[in-house]
Design a binder for this molecule. Structure first.
Ligand SMILES: [Zn+2]
Length: 253
């Protein structure tokens, strides 16, 4: 029987328009916590509802602003891993387009060299006005240590508070990002799912758009996931091991 690597490499060799769909496992080997990991997840220490709901923001924004800036700072302190870099290297191969749709709010894909990244759940490095929604590009001072409270800046246009540009519980995903992700899933001739549990909806439904069209799907995940049954190949490895191995295989021809 053909092993998962050989099967994945065969599919990758035939593909010209690759969409990589990533979740928290993509960033884990860079040292960023996996939110849904019950033992080590960042959210075992804080109440996710308190830190990711628009109601909490309306009641008391300062703890949330402090927490998101701290997370952004933690992200700045880690580096993209070999998996992030392999995706960028793949995109540099001749006659190949590789784009990324991520559920992650870190910027490790971009720092790893990816040039076309859709952030379904927003970014730790985007900010906008709570009320008028205008993007805010002021100077952010990231805290060197975790702090309980920080005052958010005010919108220069309407005077209301600037909020993190991430998607909170109960909020719709950003429309443009979603539309781009859908179009890419539908035009891809190969989809690679990396490091996502497949339980966060509606994002987890995106790869099914490719499955419905008969597009081959490779899953790279150390454990079986909700998406495993839809994948043509489910390769039990990690992002930082599997992706470089795959791209090396492609470059060796
Ligand atoms: Zn405003």
């Amino acid at each position: 029987m053909e092993d998962a690597f050989s099967h994945a490499l065969g599919l990758a060799r035939d593909a010209r328009r690759i969409e990589v769909f990533t979740g928290a496992g993509m960033s884990a080997e860079s040292g960023l916590d996996t939110f849904r990991d019950a033992q080590t997840g960042l959210w075992t220490h804080v109440d996710p509802v308190a830190m990711a709901s628009v109601g909490s923001w309306a009641r008391d924004p300062e703890p949330m602003w402090a927490w998101y800036l701290w997370r952004a700072q933690k992200c700045r302190q880690v580096e993209p891993n070999a998996g992030h870099r392999a995706i960028a290297e793949w995109a540099g191969l001749p006659d190949t387009t590789v784009t990324v749709t991520t559920q992650n709010i870190d910027d490790l894909h971009e720092r790893g060299g990816a040039e076309d990244v859709v952030h379904l759940h927003g970014s730790l490095f985007d900010y906008r006005c709570t009320i008028c929604s205008r993007p805010w590009r002021g100077q952010v001072e990231f805290p060197a240590e975790p702090v309980d409270r920080l005052a958010p800046p005010e919108c220069p246009l309407c005077g209301n508070l600037i909020r993190p540009g991430v998607v909170w519980f109960g909020e719709a995903l950003p429309e443009k990002a979603w539309a781009r992700a859908e179009a890419r899933m539908e035009s891809a001739d190969l989809v690679i799912i990396v490091g996502t549990s497949g339980v966060v909806q509606p994002a987890a439904a995106l790869p099914l758009l490719a499955v419905q069209r008969g597009t081959p799907v490779i899953e790279i995940s150390p454990e079986p996931t909700e998406l495993t049954r839809f994948a043509d190949v489910s390769w039990r490895t990690t992002a930082a091991r599997g992706l470089p191995e795959l791209v090396l295989g492609l470059t060796l021809g």
